[in-house]
Design a protein around this ligand. Structure first.
Ligand code: WTA
Length: 651
């Protein structure tokens, strides 16, 4: 235990990695971390060039960085093929017959793909894409279950220079058509269905519905997973397996410019319209490769398991690109953590001897609730390192994770980052950083993170402010697809030339970063970002809804739950049936993750300012505490608050 921690900090437990772990780790002392960090900040070109040289470039770069804020170019004029780095490279470095992906389906079916086999599958599918008219820079929407073919599809797109946009399999048809439209996609890769909690998710059907609204798709390639009966539209839809038979398993990876677009991934912001975050090739690969290597301390004999879905950035960076670029063996699992029960993950850890396990706090909270007997009944001794991502982890959950899953022996890396940052920005290095439950600790190499106040001054220790990054980094987003103005406005507007993350945070006396949460109207539900405005616009699109306000409130498992306040139009009646109908409506419009936990119909309307703006702050406080303490002088009518209080008490 460290004595020099401020007494007013609730959390004063400090855990250092064991000597044994440190000795073998890539970064084994704080002195080494500080030395490398200093170099990465003071001489970024030197630092990143050294890292980048571990990868394969078809043509070398002129300059490591060209920075005209807020637009960065990394490894200018270099040419590389991202897929070649993740796959082909390992055929000649001794990993040819090493398992790349050990996959388990939810029903219990199993597959192993060696790097050699992965290469053949990726080459074949690259040929399929090309034979079906997909060209470099074309946008390809991927809507797949967690099967190896999801990764194969992403890698094949990268190989031919097409820009993939993966949409999480839990999103609805309407979400798909919005993303198709915004990206201007011309091809879709999907499956007949996928397994989730013992049921089949009708993926192709959702795509069919989306394609009724958006006509720009020329080809839809369907992978057969569940043998569902699906409709195949002549001239547009083809089967993956039929197409794969027509082509060879050889494909030459062409070099693309370092700034060639790699993928677009949609994420929520504070407006109703999701933002298409654009990532490019060279910098993104270097960022995910380097962060995987140091933060997960990757070694050749690791069995790495990131439990995210490829539909989120975590799945992109720490299932597909980062770990494969490092040539490790990965576990990929198709289904839900609680199928058939909450012991499933621990069965998988035991069965495959997982060494490194990376999951979300929301999952950990669900495991705690499910009971210790589940992990206790499994052999988890293969684990050597644990990680979390997606939201602040509450100290109790951190301690449980450490004791129950890690037997008090495995370091925990609490990793802070975003879809926009492309790779992990703040995290312990497992071999050296002293960790405390609840903090993501220190910035990763090259990350000039700070907490600023409104005037742009750096906050003192324990003073809350805005989390910013003051220097460009290789895997940073390059823009919001098709909307440079929104890119500038969202991330670069608060301080000149400085990236604002949208999170509130503070540092402690030792420089550890404590993330408090989002500063904008973005909810974090089970580690997934959702804009309150998105849910509101879905509600308002319902024929009976006049007005809606959505706020988050603390939720035991999900971190945040969704509470909606709805004013109905003239004739419509507030009733349990109306509530049910609206919940189903939101599920249809966005997906089940956006379904409100509760919907209220305030009889006297919503709290508003005199100028008619809904005061969400008041609603937020009311659902969290039942009271309103903040400034209410701008509130138009206080009786609204009284009636809301009554309404909330009734439930
Ligand atoms: C939150 C996920 C605290 C944060 C990789 C961020 C976290 C948003 C952490 C990004 C963490 C992510 N501690 N908060 N370790 N990791 N967040 O884009 O609010 O889905 O801005 O990327 O999640 O979510 P996104």
């Amino acid at each position: 235990m460290s004595k020099n921690i401020e007494s007013h900090l609730i959390e004063d437990r400090v855990f250092k990695p064991s000597k044994e772990f440190s000795k073998k780790a890539r970064v084994s002392s704080m002195a080494q971390y500080r030395r490398m960090y200093k170099e990465s900040i003071e001489k970024p070109s030197l630092f990143w060039a050294r890292e980048a040289k571990e990868l394969h470039w078809q043509k070398p770069w002129k300059k490591v960085l060209e920075w005209k804020a807020p637009f960065a170019k990394w490894f200018t004029e270099a040419k590389l093929n991202v897929c070649e780095n993740c796959v082909d490279r390992h055929l000649s470095n001794g990993r040819k017959n090493k398992a790349a992906i050990i996959w388990e389906g939810e029903p219990g079916d199993k597959r192993v793909l060696t790097y050699h086999q992965l290469h053949r599958e990726v080459c074949r599918f690259s040929n399929v894409l090309e034979a079906n008219g997909v060209k470099a820079r074309d946008r390809v929407l991927i809507y797949m279950p967690m099967v190896p073919e999801a990764a194969i599809a992403m890698l094949a797109c990268a190989r031919i220079g097409a820009v993939h946009s993966v949409v999480f399999g839990g999103f609805s048809a309407e979400s798909i058509s919005d993303r198709l439209e915004d990206s201007g996609a011309t091809a879709v890769i999907t499956a007949d269905g996928g397994y989730r909690r013992g049921k089949v998710v009708p993926l192709k059907k959702n795509v069919d519905d989306a394609l009724k609204k958006y006509q720009g798709v020329k080809r839809c390639i369907v992978y057969q997973r569940t043998n569902e009966k699906v409709t195949m539209k002549r001239g547009r839809d083809v089967w993956w397996h039929t197409e794969a038979k027509k082509v060879s398993a050889d494909h030459t990876p062409k070099g693309f410019d370092s700034e060639h677009p790699l993928f677009i991934l949609y994420t929520s912001g504070s407006t109703g319209k999701p933002k298409g975050i654009l990532h490019t090739s060279g910098g993104y690969l270097v960022g995910t490769y380097t962060s995987s290597k140091y933060i997960f301390d990757m070694r050749n004999d690791d069995i790495f398991w990131c439990t995210a879905d490829v539909g989120w950035v975590t799945g992109h960076s720490y299932i597909v690109f980062g770990p494969l670029a490092n040539g490790v063996t990965q576990v990929m699992y198709e289904g839900a953590p609680n199928y058939p029960d909450f012991g499933r993950f621990w069965d998988i850890v035991e069965e495959y001897g997982v060494t490194t396990f990376y999951t979300a706090p929301t999952a950990i909270r669900a495991f705690i609730k499910a009971g210790d007997h589940l992990p206790d009944a499994r052999d988890l001794s293969s684990l050597r390192l644990l990680g979390t991502v997606g939201e602040p982890i509450n100290p109790e959950a951190w301690m449980w994770y450490r004791e129950k899953i890690g037997s008090g022996r495995c370091p925990i890396v609490d990793t802070w980052w975003q879809t926009e940052t492309g790779s992990i920005m703040i995290s312990p290095l497992p071999g050296c950083t002293p960790t405390k439950p609840g903090t993501a600790t220190l910035p990763f190499f090259g990350v000039d993170a700070a907490i600023l106040d409104e005037e742009g001054n750096e906050c003192k220790a324990d003073e809350g402010g805005k989390l910013v990054i003051r220097k460009p980094w290789p895997s940073m987003l390059r823009t919001i697809y098709g909307d440079k103005a929104r890119y500038r406005k969202t991330y670069w507007n608060d301080y000149e030339g400085i990236y604002t993350a949208g999170d509130g945070a503070r540092t402690d006396k030792n420089g550890n970063f404590w993330i408090v949460g989002r500063l904008d109207d973005v909810l974090n539900v089970s580690g997934h970002r959702l804009g309150t405005a998105e849910v509101e616009s879905a509600l308002v699109a319902h024929k009976d809804v006049a007005e809606a306000a959505v706020v988050g409130r603390p939720h035991e498992i999900k971190g945040q739950g969704i509470v909606a306040f709805v004013t109905l139009k003239g004739q419509a009646k507030a009733s349990p049936a109306a509530e049910k109908d609206l919940k189903a409506h939101v599920t249809k419009a966005i997906g089940a993750i956006a379904r409100p936990d509760e919907i209220y119909f305030p009889p006297d309307g919503l709290p508003k300012t005199r100028s008619g703006k809904i005061m969400r702050r008041i609603l937020k406080e009311l659902v969290a505490t039942g009271k309103v303490t903040g400034n209410v002088t701008t509130l138009e009518d206080f009786t609204v608050v009284r009636s809301l209080q009554k309404l909330l008490q009734k439930k």
